[in-house]
Design a protein around this ligand. Sequence first.
Ligand code: SF4
Length: 250
Amino acid sequence: MTESKAKPYDDKESRIEAIRTIHEKLKQAWADEVEVPRRKTLDELVFNLLLQGSSKERAERAFEALTEEFHDWNEVRVTLPSTIVEVIKGVGLESLKAVRLVKILQGIFEDRSEVDLEFLREMEPKAVGNYLGNMEGIGGHAVESVLAFSLDRHVFPLTKAAERFAERFGLVGGKNAGKDFKELAEEGVPEGEMPLFIVLLDYHNQVVCRADRPKCSKCPLASDCLRGKKAAERSRRRKSAAAARKQSRK
Ligand code: SF4
């Protein structure tokens, strides 16, 4: 089914207001279900490398296996990729990820004489993006996740699921939908709360606003969402048609 392209908001301010409402309602609905990860900068980068083409659960398992197996990232740096492959088994693309991980750690070591990325805290987001973006296998989403979760920068790393949610909700549409939603989120979510918003929306998209068959009738945002309102209207019409049929049989 194609997502709605309608935009029921008159101006940008009302869309930003909608982001604030979404954030508040997501907090009320899911705050007890989620945990905001607070990883060190290099840990977050490694986690995002493992996450590519995988699921959050599998990436978390692989990340934990690495931290249990090795004393620190320097030990990983001097380990054969074939050994790392065995440790992260199940995450997917293990050989590629193991080779890239060693390369990234080696690159940091050659540049800094240590295997650590906390120095990025002192740098501007663009400079962080340039530094991390030069690493093999590190894309824009990984860079922005590091900025948001580890470096406390007010950045929203866009995902396909978030874009789909925003289109269904009626906040954005068309070919710039993703870019527009990212901009709205960065303007509408209060400073300091971006990591929580990212995690809440991610959880919401996993359990309710799923790719296929979203559970609109159980959604805490249904009364504000364009698709949710349409689903409620269809359900109301079905019920009154059924009641009318029942009545006519009497
Ligand atoms: S009402 Fe449906 S489409 Fe809208 S956010 Fe909820 S689950 Fe997604």
